[in-house]
Ligand binder design. Structure first.
Ligand code: FES
Length: 108
């Protein structure tokens, strides 16, 4: 079972599990501020579930690439949309500040 480390916690999930669902299911504060209420619920259009991931996850898909190619995201920054990412191995997840998680300061 892959181990996910995020917001100071470590928990396991099924291989291939959707990262957004895994994080929310383990009470991780995936969204910053009002993005907790104003988000696309995982269809890949809002971009607010962006996180930095170290470890093995699914390949980047077109929704993730497309949404993060639009401002305020920067396509050159190696963030991922949690809702478009499946967990394949042990990972560490980091969240940055600002509404879309596009900032430079660590939230957790
Ligand atoms: S929840 Fe909207 S893009 Fe992931």
């Amino acid at each position: 079972m892959p181990k996910v480390t995020a917001q100071g916690k470590t928990f396991e999930c099924e291989p291939g599990a959707n990262l957004r669902r895994v994080l929310l299911g383990n009470d991780v504060a995936l969204y910053n501020g009002n993005a907790k209420l104003i988000n696309c619920r995982g269809i890949g259009s809002c971009g607010t579930c962006a996180v930095m991931i170290e470890g093995e996850v699914s390949a980047l898909n077109w929704k993730d690439r497309g949404r993060r190619s639009l401002p305020p995201h920067n396509p050159d920054r190696p963030l991922r949309l949690a809702c478009q990412t499946c967990v394949l191995g042990d990972i560490k997840v980091t969240k940055y500040n600002q509404f879309w998680g596009q900032g430079q300061a660590l939230v957790w």
